[in-house]
Write a protein that binds this ligand. Structure first.
Ligand SMILES: Cc1cc2nc3c(=O)[nH]c(=O)nc-3n(C[C@H](O)[C@H](O)[C@H](O)COP(=O)(O)O)c2cc1C
Length: 342
């Protein structure tokens, strides 16, 4: 196995076995509640999740966040995620495709298009790689390997610090991101990995040509928590501990980015566990709601368990909409029934 794919396999294991959630910080969704509407004047059977994202018609506003690829297990997880996403009409993102860009023999673990012909698929690379030799051609290659419609570049500065083999030169990155956005013929978005993107940063990324922003805020998976279980460097591991509560809560990111960029395509993710979380993300201004680690264990376990979880999330989302009298995603996004708790 290459270094990159070994690391990816270890990430999966740690995310399944260890306490890798942020500690001392929450998503911020808990600060909001929906004000119940006792008389919704709707038929629940007609509450639907259809929406449009970057011109694509979608059956749900739900996204499987970037996670895996690059090892045998990761390939199996991607296949299961792809088949479930196709069945239920979720958008699918795969994990960083770097392993396959550098080792062509790993490409099949990322090639999910054959299993998911009809849904939008998002390829993924680390933005910082643009400071380490990557350019638009490598990004195109990543998109081709996956059969993707879009690319997302992730910003993971602190993870790179705590990763023993991390790439920590983030200087001058914005202009390189701008070049990729300009030269790729498909939408290129930017995401974090669990520490969040604030409004001002989102605007800079948007001005650089980012087609969408995925805030990937704090309160869920913490990559300093994950990295603290890796490597032999005791100082680094101990330092990672101090960042367990780092980041901008997801709800705060969504609200702030939406306020600064009223019309931009926006994904709300980071620590989502239920369809009620997704409803709050959408009501706060997100266009899609993304789920990461919450899907990992079901995806490893079985097709049945993964399907049940996706179905449960959709039921929770539709029920939350029914509970406030919103029959469509458009109505949910415009609701006045999301209240900040006192
Ligand atoms: C096992 C695992 C692997 C991940 N790999 C990637 C990756 O390759 N690229 C990326 O942008 N984010 C990656 N992430 C981060 C997720 O996309 C997401 O932003 C983050 O986990 C926060 O969402 P969550 O709290 O719902 O897990 C990974 C997450 C998990 C759990």
């Amino acid at each position: 196995m290459s270094h990159t794919s070994e690391r990816k396999a270890e990430h999966i294991r740690l995310c399944l076995e260890e306490q890798v959630n942020a500690e001392g910080i929450r998503t911020g969704f808990e600060q909001y509640r929906f004000r119940h509407q006792a008389l919704p004047e709707l038929d629940f059977a007609e509450v639907h999740l259809k929406t449009v994202f970057l011109g694509a018609s979608l059956r749900t506003p739900l996204l499987i966040s970037s996670m895996t690829g690059g090892s045998k297990l990761a390939g199996e997880i991607n296949a299961r995620l792809a088949e479930a996403a196709e069945r239920r009409g979720w958008t699918l993102a795969v994990g960083s495709v770097r392993a396959a860009v550098e080792h062509g023999e790993l490409a099949s673990t990322f090639n999910v298009r054959r299993l998911a012909p009809s849904i939008p698929i998002i390829a993924n690379l680390g933005a910082v790689q643009l400071n380490y030799g990557y350019g638009p051609d490598d990004c195109r290659r990543a998109v081709e390997i996956v059969g993707a419609d879009m690319l997302v570049l992730h910003l993971n500065s602190l993870q790179e610090v705590f990763q023993p083999e991390g790439n920590t030169n983030f200087s001058g990155l914005l202009s390189r991101i701008e070049r990729v956005c300009r030269e790729l013929p498909i939408p290129v978005g930017i995401k974090e990995v669990g520490w969040g993107i604030d409004g001002v940063t989102a605007r800079r990324l948007r001005e650089a040509g980012a087609a969408f922003v995925d805030v990937a805020g704090a309160g869920g998976t913490s990559w300093s928590q994950v990295e603290k279980f890796r490597g032999s460097d005791a100082v680094r591991r101990a330092a990672a501990e101090a960042f367990a509560d780092w980041g901008i809560p997801t709800a705060e990111c969504i609200r702030e980015v939406r306020a600064v960029l009223p019309d931009a395509a926006l994904i709300g993710s980071g620590g989502l566990n239920t369809g009620v979380d997704a409803a709050k993300a959408l009501a706060l201004g997100a266009d899609l709601a993304g789920f990461g680690r919450a899907l990992l264990e079901p995806a490893v376990h079985s097709e049945e368990r993964l399907d049940m979880l996706l179905e449960r999330v959709e039921l929770e989302l539709r029920t939350a909409m029914f509970g406030i009298g919103a029959g469509s995603i458009g109505e949910l996004k415009n609701t006045s029934r999301l209240i900040r708790r006192e």
